[in-house]
Design a binder for this molecule. Structure first.
Ligand code: GMT
Length: 372
């Protein structure tokens, strides 16, 4: 099939999943056209059968707002005329499925089918804002097929929005050949010295990730276990979180690495991974840590309980309960047997349920249905 994939290129789970899906589909013989405003973050390796089409949004001094959706719809029409797309797979209802709808209207008969995957932010964060409710519901209802990355997101979608379309759950996934524990050779010593334990958090440091909780948890853990915190990623709440660390007297025990592409050896150096988010439709970062054999301590919110098995692959705590999260981290760090068992169970869970070879065929089946 010839498949157009529309996604955000910036650091974030939806772009990562869309890019990995593109790579997997290309390796399975499909012709893939990624349409985005920039080369996606994780599209670092050359893949035969993947083409990239950049959406340029011209700006004119007269118009204050950037007409990205229109430029994207226009680009989708161009790509279809060039390649004869069978399917457009939009990652996010707005604005991507909206642009796909517009493109289909312009193309008319013979237009590609539209598959929309919901990743969360448009439903759980934007969906409740009346400024967007109608357009999100419209874009979902006019798609030929809709998927959500977790059961929790599916339920939120059908309860929060006037959606008539069936929403199916296809979970996020990893390329398990690449996402496996690696020897963190050369990293120990630089990242942590001697017997220190390593806590890790990786995100885009937006408010929804509650990075201040990461620091609060870490300062409590430091009182019981000699440890170090490694922060991977960047975003608006990083500086305030570091200011909090300064006030709590733990700043010098925190290593800030910024955005990183090769995160497998980093995650493999961690003893425990923290994701205390307010909301996560899935929590891809927790899955990535689990794939590297790292127990996770996360919030009991959104799709995280579908990823993490309580007491087996990590622990789930109430959002904002930093005392409980710190106690769980200390429990893991003070019991090597538990840490190893949880790490092994986490890897096994990823291998059984979240590898590409289990999940990608579900998308292929959906495309076939849509193309009919
Ligand atoms: O969480 C973010 O800030 C980024 C956002 C995105 O667009 O990539 O992540 C969403 O999609 C990911 C991939 O499906 C999920 O793993 C994240 O849980 C989800 N974020 C939220 O629901 C807040």
């Amino acid at each position: 099939m010839r498949i157009g994939i529309v996604c955000y290129p910036s650091v974030g789970g939806s772009g990562i999943v869309a890019t990995e899906l593109a790579a997997q589909l290309a390796r399975r013989g499909h012709e893939i056209h990624i349409v985005s405003s920039d080369v996606p973050f994780r599209l670092s390796q050359f893949e035969e059968r993947i083409r990239f089409h950049q959406v340029e949004t011209p700006t004119y001094p007269l118009f204050r707002e950037s007409p990205y959706v229109l430029a994207l719809a226009n680009k989708l029409v161009e790509v279809h005329r060039l390649a004869g797309l069978d399917v457009i797979h939009a990652h996010y209802a707005v604005p991507h499925a909206t642009a796909a709808f517009l493109a289909r209207e312009i193309i008319g008969p013979g237009a590609p089918g539209v598959v929309t995957t919901l990743h969360g932010t448009d439903i759980t964060l934007m969906g409740s804002d009346p400024s967007f409710t109608e357009i999100i519901a419209f874009s979902i209802n006019r798609s030929d097929a809709v998927t959500a990355v977790s059961e929790s997101l599916r339920t939120d979608t059908v309860t929060l929005l006037p959606v008539q379309r069936e929403v199916r759950v296809i979970p996020n996934f990893l390329d398990c050949a690449r996402w496996r524990r690696s020897e963190p050779a050369g990293l120990c010593g630089r990242l942590a010295c001697g017997g220190e334990r390593v806590l890790m958090h990786m995100s885009n440091f937006r408010r929804v990730k509650r990075p201040w909780d990461v620091v609060e948890i870490f300062s409590r853990v430091c009182r019981a276990v000699e440890s170090r915190l490694i922060l991977v990623g960047d975003g608006p709440e990083l500086a305030p979180a570091l200011a909090l660390a300064e006030r709590l007297g733990v700043r010098e025990r925190i290593l800030v690495l910024g955005n990183q592409e090769q995160v497998v050896p980093l995650l493999s150096a961690a003893d425990v991974f923290l994701l205390p988010s307010e909301q996560e439709s899935f929590g891809l970062a927790a899955l990535e840590a689990m794939a590297c054999g790292v127990p996770v301590v996360v919030s009991r919110t959104g799709g995280l309980p579908e990823v993490v098995v309580e007491g087996e692959t990590g622990f789930l705590c109430q959002v904002g309960d930093v005392d409980a999260m710190a106690a769980r981290v200390v429990q893991i760090l003070q019991d090597d047997g538990l840490r190893r068992r949880m790490g092994a169970a986490a890897m096994e869970r990823v291998r059984r349920h979240f590898c590409a070879d289990r999940v990608v065929p579900q998308y292929e089946a959906l495309y076939r249905e849509v193309v009919g």
